[in-house]
Design a protein around this ligand. Structure first.
Ligand code: SF4
Ligand code: SF4
Ligand code: SF4
Length: 703
C-alpha cells in the first residue's frame, strides 16, 4: 500500500500523542486543516461580498492634498435636511400657530467656505483630513525696514502699501493612506493560520529550550560568521582611531543639525533639523538595529562630545577627573531610562517636537548635557547602562540584531587572570563602559560596540560576528524585572505611537476633552478648556494607553498560570519571562509603522537638502521638487503586512522556547501556556494590522 503523504504545512510525524494529552486534537493536524479550510472559505465569501479593491494612486503620486482626498478622503457632510415648517406669509392674515422655539446649535464642528473644518477647540482640518498647523493669517502693510528704505528713496509713497497683504503659507500635516481591505484580510488570515500551524509544528519538538549559557558554538548553536577573520578588519578594530573615525563626521553632522534647528526657519516643514532627527535618524535607527544591533551606539555623538573634551583627545587613553561615584544600586536599574523614554515620547507627541525645530535642537543639547553629567558624577558610562532610553530601546531590539561581539573561546576566558576586557588596560583600552564581562556576555543588550574590550583583551579572544537574527532570545538569557518593564513599554509605545497619529485618536481626544469640559469633574473643566487643555487631555489618554495594555498583559500572565496547572511558577515569573517574547512583535510593528514614514516622507529631505534652513536657497535645484513616495503604495502595504506576519511568527517561535524553559521541559504545562500566549499575540498582531489600516498623519509637516 502506498504510504500516506502529508502536506508540509500540517505535517504529522513523531510518536502518537499520549492518550491523556489535552492538546491531542490541536497537535494532530486536523485542527489546522479544518481551521485553514474554514478561514479560506470565510475569507473568500467576505471579500466577494465586500467587492474590495486595492486603490492604486499610481507611481507618480504626489503627496498633495488632492491625492490624499482621492485616496482616503473624509466623506462629505451629509446634506442637512430643511425641516423648518413653512413660514407664514407676512402679508397674509396672522395665524394662531405658536412661534418656533429657538433652534439649539448642537453642531460639533463648523465648516468654512473653503472646506476647512474647525472643531470646538479651534483645531482646523482640510476637507481631506489634513491638519492645519499654522493659520496663515494675512499680515497687512510692509515691514518697518522696507518702509524706511522706500521713504529714503523718495520715489514711492510708503503709505501706498499700507493695505498690502502678506499671506503666510499654511503648514499642513497630511494623511497617508492605510492598508486597503483585501491586504488586511490576507494579513489577518496569515496571522491566524500561521499561529496554529506553528503551534502544531513546534509542539512536536522534543525539547526546544535551546542549550545552556556557555556561549561556545557547541553550546549555543546558531549560525554565525566571524568578520574579524579578515585580518584588515581585526587590525582596524584594534586601532584607537576605529571609533573616532566614524564618530567625528557624525558629531559634525549632529552639531550642524543643532545649529539648523536654532537659527533656521521655525516654520514646520522648512527646516532640515526635525526631518533629519525624527524622519531619518529616529526611524532609521530601528532598521539599523534589526540588521546591525547597537551600531548607533558605536557612532553616538552624545557621549563622544563630553568624552573628547574631558580627555582633551580623540584617541589617547587618559583618565578623566570625575567624582567616580557608583551608580545607586537600586533594584530597578533601568527606571531612569524607562521614565525618560515615556517623557520623550510625550514631548514628541504632545508638544509636537517633530514640527518644532528649536525643540528638536534643545532635545539634542539635553542628551549631550545628560551624558556629560553622568560622566562627571559616575564611574564609567552610567548614561549608557542606566539612563539613555535610546540605548536601552535599541539594546532590547539588538537581542534580535544580526551583529555581535563575542568571545572566541570559553576556555581562554576561564584561564584569563586579568579580565582586561571589563577592567581596561593601561594605555591600550578603557574599561567596558557598561561593565560587561566578555567572558560571560551572552546577549547584545548592554554592549555599545565601542570595541574597547577588543583593544584591551591580551589574548585576542574577541570576535565580531554576523549571525542569525534572534540568537539572544532563542537561547537562555538573563531575565530581570526592569528589563521586562522596558520590553513591555517598548511594545506599548510602539503601538501608541501609531495610534496617536490616526484621525480616530484626534477625534477621541476632542470628544474626551469636550466631555471633561462639560462635566467639569472636581471643578477641572476650566483646565481642559484652557490653552493647555489639549496637552492635558493627550497626557490622560497616553497614561491610559500605557497602564491599560500593561494590566492586560498582567491578566494574560494570570491566564497562563491558570492554564498551566502548575502553581509553583508565579505570575511574576511569567510576567518577566514572557515580556521578552513581545519584542519581536514590537520590533516588526515598529518597522512596519516606520516604513510608512520613510517611504512616504523621504522626499521632504530631497527638498530640504537644497534649502536646509528655510531661507529660500536652492543649492541642488531640488528645493521645489514634488513630494512623492519612494515606492508605490501597494509595495509599501505588502511590505508592512509581511513585516507584521513575520513578527508574529517570530514571537510565537520565541514564546514556545521560553515556555519550555520556564517549565523546565514540562510539555503539558508549556503547551498550555504557549497556547494562551499565542491568543494574546494574535490580539496584538490584529491590533497592529488595524492600526496600519488607518490613514495616518505624516510625522513632519509640509507646506
Ligand atoms: S547608550 Fe545612549 S548615550 Fe550611550 S552610546 Fe548608546 S545612544 Fe549613546
Ligand atoms: S580579557 Fe579576553 S580572555 Fe580575558 S576574560 Fe576578557 S575576553 Fe576573555
Ligand atoms: S567594551 Fe566590549 S563589551 Fe563593553 S560595551 Fe564596549 S564593545 Fe561592548
Amino acid at each position: 500500500m502506498k504510504p500516506r503523504i502529508h502536506l508540509p504545512v500540517v505535517p504529522e510525524f513523531g510518536p502518537e500523542p499520549e492518550p491523556d494529552d489535552p492538546l491531542e486534537l490541536l497537535r494532530g493536524g486536523r485542527f489546522a486543516r479544518a481551521f485553514a479550510l474554514m478561514l479560506g472559505v470565510l475569507g473568500l465569501v467576505w471579500m466577494i461580498a465586500h467587492e474590495v479593491h486595492a486603490e492604486s494612486p499610481g507611481a507618480e503620486l504626489e503627496l498633495v492634498e488632492k491625492v490624499h482626498t482621492a485616496v482616503r478622503g473624509t466623506p462629505p457632510m451629509p446634506p442637512v435636511e430643511d425641516i423648518t415648517p413653512d413660514r407664514p406669509d407676512p402679508d397674509s392674515e396672522p395665524s394662531a400657530a405658536p412661534p418656533m422655539p429657538p433652534i439649539e446649535d448642537i453642531t460639533p464642528e463648523r465648516t468654512t467656505d473653503d472646506g476647512v473644518t474647525v472643531d470646538r477647540f479651534g483645531q482646523k482640518r482640510t476637507a481631506s483630513g489634513a491638519l492645519i498647523l499654522e493659520d496663515g493669517e494675512a499680515e497687512l502693510g510692509l515691514p518697518q525696514a522696507t518702509i524706511t528704505a522706500l521713504d529714503q528713496g523718495g520715489f514711492f509713497d510708503p503709505s501706498a502699501f499700507d493695505d498690502a497683504e502678506k499671506v503666510k503659507t499654511k503648514a499642513y500635516v497630511h494623511l497617508m493612506p492605510g492598508l486597503p481591505n483585501e491586504v488586511v484580510y490576507v494579513g489577518l488570515g496569515l496571522i491566524l493560520l500561521l499561529s496554529f500551524v506553528l503551534f502544531e509544528r513546534y509542539g512536536k519538538r522534543k525539547d526546544p529550550r535551546g542549550t545552556g549559557g556557555g556561549g561556545t558554538r557547541e553550546q549555543r548553536p546558531y549560525w554565525r560568521f566571524e568578520l574579524t577573520r579578515f585580518t584588515w578588519l581585526g587590525r582596524a578594530m584594534k586601532s584607537r582611531w576605529f571609533q573616532p573615525a566614524v564618530q567625528l563626521p557624525v558629531v559634525i553632522g549632529f552639531l550642524a543639525v543643532i545649529v539648523a534647528g536654532l537659527i533656521g526657519s521655525q516654520e514646520p516643514g522648512r527646516n532640515i533639523a526635525p526631518v533629519l532627527t525624527w524622519n531619518i535618524w529616529w526611524i532609521g535607527l530601528i532598521f539599523v538595529v534589526m540588521f546591525a544591533g547597537n551600531l548607533w551606539c558605536f557612532m553616538c555623538p552624545w557621549t563622544a562630545i563630553p568624552d573628547w573634551i574631558m580627555r582633551r583627545s580623540l584617541v589617547a587613553v587618559r583618565k578623566i577627573k570625575t567624582l567616580g561615584l557608583s551608580y545607586p544600586r537600586f533594584r530597578l536599574w533601568m527606571w531612569p531610562a524607562i521614565v525618560l523614554f515615556a517623557f520623550v515620547t510625550w514631548l514628541e507627541l504632545a508638544y509636537d517636537a517633530a514640527n518644532r525645530p528649536w525643540l528638536t535642537s534643545m532635545f539634542a543639547i539635553f542628551m549631550v548635557a545628560l551624558a556629560w553629567l553622568c560622566l562627571v558624577l559616575f564611574d564609567r558610562k552610567a548614561m549608557c547602562r542606566y539612563v539613555c532610553f535610546v540605548g536601552r530601546v535599541s539594546g532590547q531590539y539588538a537581542t534580535m540584531g544580526m551583529l555581535e561581539l563575542r568571545r572566541r573561546d570559553n576556555a581562554v576566558c576561564r584561564s584569563c587572570t586579568t579580565s582586561d576586557c571589563v577592567h581596561g588596560r593601561e594605555g591600550v583600552g578603557y574599561a567596558c563602559p557598561t561593565s560587561e564581562y566578555m567572558g560571560a556576555m551572552n546577549d547584545n543588550q548592554y554592549c555599545t560596540l565601542c570595541t574597547e574590550c577588543v583593544k584591551s583583551c591580551p589574548h585576542d579572544n574577541i570576535a565580531l560576528n554576523v549571525r542569525s537574527s534572534g540568537a539572544d532570545l532563542l537561547h537562555p538569557h538573563r531575565a530581570k524585572i526592569d528589563e521586562a518593564y522596558m520590553a513591555i513599554l517598548v511594545f506599548i509605545v510602539s503601538a501608541f505611537h501609531g495610534a496617536s497619529m490616526i484621525p480616530a485618536w484626534k477625534q477621541a481626544e476632542t470628544q474626551l476633552r469636550g466631555w471633561l469640559v462639560d462635566s467639569d469633574l472636581l471643578g477641572t473643566g476650566s483646565l481642559f478648556s484652557g490653552s493647555d487643555g489639549g496637552v492635558l487631555t493627550f497626557t490622560l489618554m497616553m497614561l491610559a494607553c500605557i497602564v491599560g495594555p500593561g494590566v492586560c498583559y498582567w491578566g494574560l500572565c494570570v491566564g497562563m498560570r491558570l492554564a498551566s496547572g502548575r502553581r509553583d511558577v508565579s505570575v511574576r515569573k511569567l510576567f518577566i519571562r514572557f515580556a521578552y517574547t513581545l519584542l519581536p512583535i514590537a520590533l516588526f510593528y515598529h518597522l512596519a509603522h516606520n516604513a510608512t514614514h520613510v517611504f512616504w516622507e523621504w522626499s521632504k529631505l530631497r527638498r530640504l537638502i537644497s534649502d536646509p534652513l528655510g531661507w529660500g536657497t536652492d543649492y541642488f535645484g531640488t528645493a521645489h521638487a514634488p513630494l512623492t513616495s519612494l515606492w508605490t503604495p501597494e509595495t509599501i502595504w505588502y511590505l508592512q503586512v509581511a513585516l507584521i506576519v513575520v513578527g508574529h511568527a517570530y514571537g510565537i517561535f520565541v514564546a514556545q522556547r521560553e515556555a519550555f524553559r520556564v517549565y523546565d521541559g514540562d510539555r503539558k504545562a508549556s503547551f498550555r501556556v504557549h497556547l494562551v500566549m499565542i491568543l494574546g499575540m494574535i490580539a496584538m498582531s490584529l491590533l497592529s494590522l488595524w492600526l496600519l489600516a488607518q490613514p495616518m498623519y505624516m510625522r513632519t509637516a509640509d507646506i
